[in-house]
Design a protein around this ligand. Structure first.
Ligand SMILES: [Zn+2]
Ligand SMILES: [Zn+2]
Length: 125
């Protein structure tokens, strides 16, 4: 895991992730920090945190990009965890399971993602 210089901006972004403990969309982060930093600064910080494996990103419904803290799982190339998005309330989360990415002869698989959707625990009960 690499290190990202903990500037004031980096710290305030990480603080939001710590407080929420759920994935946050790029759009929402830009909005949250709109009076502190511009859009490209937010994107640059997110990118750096992702390179350092502090955050990971994935695409949710409607092509929205989400970021979440990496704390759960073994992040080897051949294991991924799926993400879940509720069709009813829109809640989104990292699922605490590992899925093995199939290896395909002659192809070098570099990434994989799986978005599951349905009803979350709040919406089924
Ligand atoms: Zn729900
Ligand atoms: Zn995740």
């Amino acid at each position: 895991m690499g290190m990202v210089r903990q500037t004031k901006s980096v710290k305030s972004i990480l603080k939001v992730f710590e407080a929420r403990n759920t994935p946050i969309s790029a759009v929402e982060l830009i909005e949250l920090f709109s009076n502190q930093m511009n859009k490209s600064t937010v994107y640059r910080i997110l990118e750096r945190l992702q390179e350092a494996s502090t955050l990971h990103s994935f695409i949710g419904k409607d092509g929205v990009k989400w970021y979440a803290v990496c704390h759960c799982l073994d992040s080897s190339n051949h294991q991924i965890h799926p993400h879940f998005q509720c069709n009813n309330c829109g809640k989104i989360e990292c699922l605490p399971i590992n899925i093995s990415v199939p290896q395909v002869a002659k192809y070098n698989i570099e990434s994989a993602s799986l978005l599951l959707s349905g009803k979350c625990t709040n919406c089924t009960s």
